[in-house]
Each structure stands twice: as C-alpha cells, then as structure tokens.
Design a protein around this ligand. Sequence first.
Ligand code: ATP
Length: 882
Amino acid sequence: MDHTFHSDTLHEVLSRLETDQEQGLSLQEGEKRLAEHGENRLEEAKQAGMLRRVLGQLKDPMILVLLAAAALSFFAGGGQDWLDAAIILLIVLFNTVISVSQEDNARKALEALRKLSAPKARVIRAGLERRLESSQLVPGDIILLEAGDYVPADGRVLWEAGLQADESAMTGESLPVHKRGGGGLPQDTPLAERKNMVIGGTVITGGRGRVVVTATGMDTEMGKIAGLLLRQTQGETPLQRKMGEVSKVLSLVCVGVCAVMFGVGMLQHRDILDMFLTAVALAVAAIPEGLPAIVTIVLAMGVGRMAKRNAIIKRLPAVETLGCASVICSDKTGTLTKNQMTVLEVWTPSPGLRGQALALGTLCGDAKEGPGGYVGDPTETAIAQMAAREGLEKAQLERDMPRQGEAPFDSVRKRMATCHSLPAGGTLIAVKGAPEAVLSRCTQVQGPQGPRPMTEADRRRILGVGSDLAAKALRVLAVAQRNQSGPPKSLEAQELERELIFVGLIGMMDPPRPEVRAAVERCAAAGVRPVMITGDHKDTAVAIARDLNLFRPGDKAIDGPGLDFLPQETLEEEIETFSVYARVTPEHKMRIVRAWQKKGHVVAMTGDGVNDAPALKAADIGCAMGKTGTDVAKGAADMILTDDNFATVVAAVEQGRGIYSNIRKAIHYLLSCNIGEILTIFLATVFSFPHAPLSPVQLLWLNLVTDSLPALALGMEPVEKTVMRQPPRGKQDPLFSRAFSLRLAWQGAMVGGLTLLAYGLGLRLTHDYAIANTMAFATLTLSQLFHAFDVRSEETSLFRLGFFSNPAMNKAFLAGVVLQGLVLLLPPLQGAFSVVPMPLPQWGIVLGLAVTPLVVCEIEKAVRRARTGRPAPVGKEAAVYR
Ligand code: ATP
C-alpha cells in the first residue's frame, strides 16, 4: 500500500477509498473489506502449541528426577518392580495433564478479560453512528474521535474542532499536535508534520474530529515498526514472585532433608535402591512445587469472579494491592451519583430571561435527539430536555441559528463555547460552564433593557445565588453570550470566551446512586476511607457527600484554589482531615494521591478523562470508568469498572482481600501437609524403623490426591464475611508472619505425629508391618482430607461457616475419599499400592486419628476467639476511618 494519503486532496482520498464522508461504508462493504484486509490489529507472537507446552512441563526438574527414578526402579529391580515404575509413569502423566490444563484455564481466563477491555471505536456505517471493536475497522471507514480516544488506525482528517493529538509514541514530539482538515500536503512531508493525518496508536488529547481510515492493522505506521514496539507484558505479581522464592527455598530444604535421610539410611545399611526411591518420592511429595501455580490459578479465578461483578482487572498485581487499599478517592459524577441530571432551577438576573438562558444552554451543547429523548452528556441533555419542555426544541434552534464552530468543553477551563450565524446576519457566541469560570469572562449583565456593565455587586450576587443552589446539592452552570456583526476572528477558546454578557444560572440535580450509602458503611467497618474528588462546586460536593455519609462531622472540604494555596507539605500534613476535594483539575488529583501515599496509605483512585491518566498511574490502584471513561484512562488504569460505580470499587476491595486470604489458606494447607509428610518419613528413618511407614508410590499418590485438589478448593473458598470487618492489610506485612508460620509448624507436626502413631499402634496390635503401613498411609491421606476443612477459615468455626458451604471443597473431599477408598479396598489396587485389607478395629483407629486434626484445630480456634474476644486482625491495627 502506498502512503500518499496526506498529499491527495480530500476528494481524491475519499474516491480512492471508495467511501462517503456522511454515510460511511455500507454494512456489506464493511464485511467485505474486513475479509480482504484482515482485522485491524498488530500481529502478536504465536501461542506455543500443545506439544511444546507438554514438553515444557517435562522440563521441570522434579519430573525429570521422577522419570529417572522410574527407570531406575525398573532396571535395578530387574523388571520385578515394573509395577512401581508404571505407577510412577502414570503419576507423571497425570500430573502433566493437570498442569497443562490448569495453565490453559488460567490463560483463557486472562485472555477473555483482555478482550473485555479491548478498545472500541465510533464508526459511521450506512449513515449511522455505531460502536465497533477497533479490530473491526477497515480502510474507508469514517470514524469519530474525541479527547481521550486512542486513534485506532491511520486516517485523514475530514473535519475537526480543536483536534489535538499526542504523537510522542510515534514521532517523539512531546507537545500535543494540532490537527486540521483541508487539502493535501507536499508529498515529502515527514510523518511528524502531517497535520492532516492521525496516526494509529497515538492519543487524542483535545477537541473532536471526523476521520477517514486510510490504513489498518499491519499497514499502519505503527504496524511498520510493530516489531520494535514494547508489548504490554503481564508481569508476575509480588505474591507470585514471593511464592516462587519460597518454593525454591523450601525445595532446597526438602532436598537437604532427603539427602540427610538417604545418608542415615546408608549408615543403617538399608537397601540403596529402596532408600533412594523413598528419598526421591519424599522430595517430590514434600516440595511445594505447585505453590506458584496455585497462586496464579487462584488469582486468575478470582479475577474472573470480579469481572462478573463489573470490575475488570487489567494487571494481576492489582488484585493483591486491592486488599491493602486504605483510601478510595472517588469521582462524584456518575460514580457516587447516577449521572442522570434534571434541571430544577433557572435563575436570571432580571425576569423574562428564562427562555434565553435555556436556549443558550441548549445551543452550546452536543445533545442529540434520540428515539427516547436526548442523548449525550447528561449535563447537556438535561438542559435540552428542559428547553424542549418549554417549547425550545434544539433542532429548531439550530435551524434558526446554525452552528459555525466551537471551542469544546474541557475540565481545566470548565467552559464551552459555540458560535452561530444569526438569521438577520451577524454571529451569536454562546458560552456555558462553571459559574466562576464563566463570570470571570463576563463584562456585562443582561438586564430587562439589554446588557449593562457588570458591577462588583452583581458579581457577588450571582456567586451568592450560585452557592445557594449548590448548597441544595445542585450542579450549577452559568450561561452567557456575545453578539457581533461579523464572524469570529478565530475559533480559539480565548477569542470566543471574552467580553461576554451574563444571562443566567441553571441548577440541576443528580441524585446519589442508591447502593453507595451501604458501600460507604462497609468501608467504615473495613477501615477504608472513602473521599470525594470532583470538578463540581464545593457546596454541591459537600451537600452530596453529607447525604452519602461520606462527609462526617469534623471533616473538611477543600477546593482547587484552596489546594493551589496550600504547599504540598502542609497538604500531606492535613490530608487525612479532608473528605471532599472540589473544583479540582486533574493535576490536583496527582497531588492528592501523592499526599495520601506519603501518609502511608494505599490509594485506589477513579478517573475517566485523558488528564486523569497520570493520577491513575500514580495511584496504587487506578480505576477507570468503563462507560464514560476515555481509552487513555482505561489504558493507564489497573482496573476498569464496567458500571462506573463506587460500590463496585468497594466490592473489588472485598474480593481482593478474599482472594489473598484464600491463597493464604491454600498455602497453609499445602505446607502443613508437606511438613507432616517429611516428619513422618524422616523420623521413621532416624529412629531406624525397620520398614518405612510409607512406600514411594504411596507418597506420590498422596502428593497427587490429597495435596493438590483440596488446596485448589481452598482457593475457591467463598469470600468470608469477616474480611470487611478488619482493617486493611499493610502492604509490607509479611505473608509468613510469626503466628502463621507457627500454626503451619504445629499442625504439620500433628499430622506427622498422628501418622506415626497409627503406624506404632498398628505394629503393637498386629505385629504386622503391612497392616501398620496400611494404617499409616490411610491415616495420613484421610487426616489431610479432614484437615482441609479446618483450614477453610483461620478464625471462624466450621459450624458457623457451614460444613458444606464450599462446593469445590465438597467435591475435592469426595474425590479424595473415593479414590483413597478404592486403593484401600479394591484388591488389584491394593496390590499396586502395597496395602493390605485392614480389620475393622484398625479402621476405627484410622478414622479416629484422621478426624483428630479437625477437632484439635477447631478447639484451638475457639480458644483463640475466646482470648481475643473477636477475630484477630490480619494487618496493622491502625484504623484510618475516623
Ligand atoms: P467529577 O469529577 O466528579 O466527575 P464533574 O463531572 O462535575 O465531576 P467536570 O466534568 O470536570 O467534573 O466538570 C467540572 C465543571 O465544569 C462542572 O461542575 C460544571 O460546572 C462544568 N461543566 C461540566 N460539564 C460541562 C459542559 N458539558 N459544558 C459546560 N460546562 C460543563
């Protein structure tokens, strides 16, 4: 494809692309071109094939050792141990299948999430505006761009209003570039100076525009250098990394223990092959090689669960950080409120101007007539709706006074201006925006006999009325105008918004979302402080915050000018006293995040605009709005709220805490079981039991059946109610706290002790090594299966939790018991696992010992509860909620 689209005339571009600037492509043509050009995406590295992934599993050193052990036992045993060898191979196979399929599941879950957050584009096809996935764009499509959008493909600008793009990613130019429609540029214009083109992958930072797509996918400028670009990599989460390290350390410890055991066995002149196989099997069973995988799977599953509850996690580490969040900085409009505005009051400095005020507010807005009323920015639709109700239809107004140009709204100016040609000739400039922002541009007030100069008293009166409206929780906009004989000199905001005549104030209500109040209460109980950050007026903000119980007695509010006045150190000092930050610009958000972080807080922050991106990145958890958020905000965020709702952030914090706690449970279980296994074999060897209480095959079986399934089930435990009744976990709090490590140790010792006890009792009662061995094997597996139940909660009793409230655990338990039952009871399997039928009394002993951990752990929990009087806090005590 040649790239001369920048030098052709607009007419040539459109005819070369065989498209129409108003209608766009037809639907069939869109489909046809998609088939022809392929999807609009950059090629990605191919996913490794199944065989490669299976082979990847086999590279695991544990597996290699096992394969070697199987070979050894086959050859050294003279073929007589072929059964052992076969079982080892089977177990390896099983293990590989499980690992590969689990990895697959985790990958698919994450892939699906990536799709959910894929950017969309606004496209005109068959004359109608549609939202399509950016990947569906084709050359010739007409797309609409506005501030905050990613440019989805290369294109030529057809029309624009103040369109600006940040092209630093492609051209290195760090300042935003103004784009313009119009004729062709010289053929040899370098990329950075093609002002009539937009480049795919860059960002629109201001204004709006209509663009015809000239190239998609690998044909774009970005596609040409795609190989050089950084791909977004999914890094490991801190927990995954930590588990990787822990599992390495533990592996070394295990190998050490096994080596010592092997040495001791040699000194005792045991059979070398036997001893070797036992050592290898113990290493395989005891090394928690599954730890990092379990962490990943539990994280991925948790993330899937959160997606169903409207929170899409973009980076896995955010899940962990969520659980530590101690402050939630939330936008007001649309997040705490419904963003459904209704005009309640129109105030004008003299009577009879109501219609004029509403007409100006309507003209200076982009609300469009849809089938069920006006659509667009709720602030603007509210005004258009009210005007229409009073006989001022927007369509009619625009027919009388067609729009010639505009300076779009932005949250720094807090104003918007449009200019219109008047029926009798001349131009009307209509402005609306925040009262003080509009007032500062007014020199006159509209009076009954026409405009008169604005006095200081006028100004005070207008601002006073504005405050009164705001105190009633209304959002207030001011409208103003200017008439001039000729067209404006330029469409710059500065030129349009000067020497205005003030016409009136419009007050509108935006009711709070009903679920927010309960969410604020949950925050209070959970030691998480919610604060409001808004572009709206301080009085409006405080009135709503008070209504939501987010602004409590003693709390303070501050606004943008106030913040400008406050040095950063003072802000840091006093940050915890503020619950409401009003009239802030996105730069203020940055200072607010920094200040909270300086005080040691973990900050979650919501945002939607282009300018919010830096603050979203700076926050520990940046949350972008899924509905109203710009692509840029979504790109910078860690999490996307598909319903733009504050309550969803709180629910996500709860899930984050729950996921962390579930991972902890899985680790708790795995490690305490492994300690039990090591202890059993190690002590048996050291105390020179003539026969090992467990055979190598039994150990491997244990590893497969009783270790991994319940551990995974613990990862799926429903989030405990208590997680939101504790203060947040400190970000630096160690996972292996003293209490936690101690608990692992004694519970492991208990499981090991019970197994040895079973062996000892078996020997004493029957003097039969085979029965003693069978009893030890059965006790170890069954006690672990029971133990899994008490690990389900660290402090809540199983009676309160409900024995069967985790379906995954029920299944894991059932599967474990059935499989173990088959091995113990079915004659052919008995042979393979070297177990013998047990007499009934021995069964009684085994079952009694097996439930002991459950009973003991429940008693220990009850004692702990009685001592502390309430569930012990997980993290630091500091409750930030005052
Ligand atoms: P939040 O930050 O909580 O979402 P917000 O939506 O009020 O609050 P902005 O969109 O930055 O924040 O708006 C700031 C102010 O600009 C508003 O209080 C209002 O006075 C004014 N404003 C908002 N929308 C428009 C608009 N479409 N045209 C003109 N002025 C507007």
